[in-house]
Design a protein around this ligand. Structure first.
Ligand SMILES: Cc1cc2nc3c(=O)[nH]c(=O)nc-3n(C[C@H](O)[C@H](O)[C@H](O)COP(=O)(O)OP(=O)(O)OC[C@H]3O[C@@H](n4cnc5c(N)ncnc54)[C@H](O)[C@@H]3O)c2cc1C
Length: 376
């Protein structure tokens, strides 16, 4: 019997499995299809900066803890598996193409309160840094500590490290039910087996709400489709991640450029749409006009585990003594995965928590309305 059974083998479930196993815990991970092929594969791999010591809100502390862990995790994974996950500090620009020049000042101030370097740059300074930018850019925020990771490579490394440390990996095993006795989970049931364990962690991304529906816990997680277009331009016309609101361009060192991403509440439909792809290409050309001549390589989409308030659900499922949830990381599951895994390890082993988890609890209520947050 495994000490811990993790349901869901995306970046969250696999990070938890690796973290637990290297602390001496025996782990089994079940996935309904192929490991790491859902949101964790589809993501763009942007890792914003953070500082756990200066941040005050637990969400920002979680981001800060992850920032601290990413370089170490990447180095350890490379050493253990030989796989380079492409983690690197590329810097980032958040730009505006119209409007007043002071519109990013508050954002810059919020970063500085976390003691993160953030400089508001005028048009000429921006074009000095990235000459390919649209010359109509009026203002930009420079975050030199922004990083990126090649998430499919990171996942491959995580899975190899987990397997090497003894994690039992079972793919093609959709969990359909939990076997419970008086608030204690005995096993999770797949079509043809029952998987017993000491503790259980539900890390099934956008599917977690369904999984927990029989347990009296209504985690407000819904799938939020995100489409991405991949272009290629060699040599790369820019080197930093460039963002405008919720959309962005991510340059990879090999000349690939990711253009993301849409936010669509369309249930579990994962296909790309003409409108989504065309909108992203227009966006890319608007930010960097030279991309009109870039090659079109491919497009894809993924289902983010969207929570109504944008924060993950992390911690015990009420009414159960051995059931935890780690899901709902929305647009930030890659960046938050190392700190999430450490927190879950601390909960499983009864250790002090590095970040307070109260705001992430399953039965949290919406501060504004007093209601359980409902997704869009
Ligand atoms: C287009 C796009 C861009 C993104 N960009 C970024 C980014 O730049 N930075 C960032 O930090 N985040 C980004 N994200 C978000 C990030 O990808 C997610 O938050 C993260 O991958 C969630 O990981 P997860 O393991 O919870 O979910 P998933 O990767 O979806 O994994 C969940 C797993 O659970 C399995 N599962 C589901 N139900 C069951 C069941 N009943 N039984 C067994 N297994 C089950 C699934 O098969 C799946 O493998 C992006 C997401 C998208 C879609």
């Amino acid at each position: 019997m495994a000490d811990v059974v993790v349901v869901g083998g995306g970046v969250i479930g696999m990070s938890i499995a690796w973290e637990l196993s290297r602390h001496g815990v025996s782990v089994k991970v079940l996935d309904q299809s192929v490991f790491g092929r859902e949101a964790s594969w589809a993501g763009a791999g942007i890792l914003p900066p953070g500082n756990a010591d200066a941040a005050t809100h637990p969400y920002d502390r979680l981001r800060g803890e992850s920032c601290r862990l990413w370089p170490d995790w990447s180095a350890q994974l490379r050493e253990l598996t030989g796989i380079d996950n492409g983690f690197r500090n590329c810097g980032g620009l958040e730009i505006r193409l119209a409007g007043p020049t002071d519109q990013l000042d508050d954002l810059a101030e919020a970063w500085r309160e976390e003691e993160v370097t953030a400089e508001v740059l005028a048009r000429d300074e921006l074009l000095g840094l990235e000459p390919a930018l649209n010359p109509s850019t009026v203002v930009g925020l420079h975050l030199p500590q922004k990083c990126q990771v090649r998430n499919p490579r990171h996942f491959k490394a995580l899975m190899a490290a987990a397997a090497a440390s003894g994690v039992e990996l079972v793919s093609g095993a959709p969990v359909v039910d939990l076997v419970r006795e008086n608030g204690h989970v005995v096993a999770v049931r797949t079509m043809d087996a029952e998987h017993v364990g000491g503790q259980f962690v539900m890390a099934a991304g956008a599917w977690t709400r369904r999984l927990l529906s029989g347990c009296g816990a209504d985690v407000a997680i819904e799938p939020v489709r995100g489409q991405i277009v991949q272009l290629s331009a060699r040599p790369l016309p820019f080197t930093r991640v460039i963002g405008l609101g919720s959309r962005y361009l991510v340059p990879r060192p090999d000349g690939r450029i990711l253009v993301g991403s849409t936010e669509e509440w369309v249930g579990f439909q994962k296909e790309n749409t003409a409108d989504g792809v065309a909108g992203l290409i227009r966006f890319a050309e608007e930010l960097v006009p030279g991309l009109a001549g870039a090659g079109f390589e491919r497009c894809w989409s993924g289902l983010r585990p969207g929570s109504a308030d944008g924060m993950p659900y992390l911690g015990p499922v009420p009414g159960h003594d051995n059931l935890l949830v780690a899901a709902g990381h929305f647009r930030a599951g890659l960046q938050l995965s190392p700190a999430t895994a450490v927190l879950v390890r601390q909960m499983v082993l009864g250790q002090d928590l590095s970040v307070p988890v109260d705001p992430f609890r399953c039965d949290r209520v919406d501060q504004a309305t007093g209601a359980i947050p409902s997704a869009h």
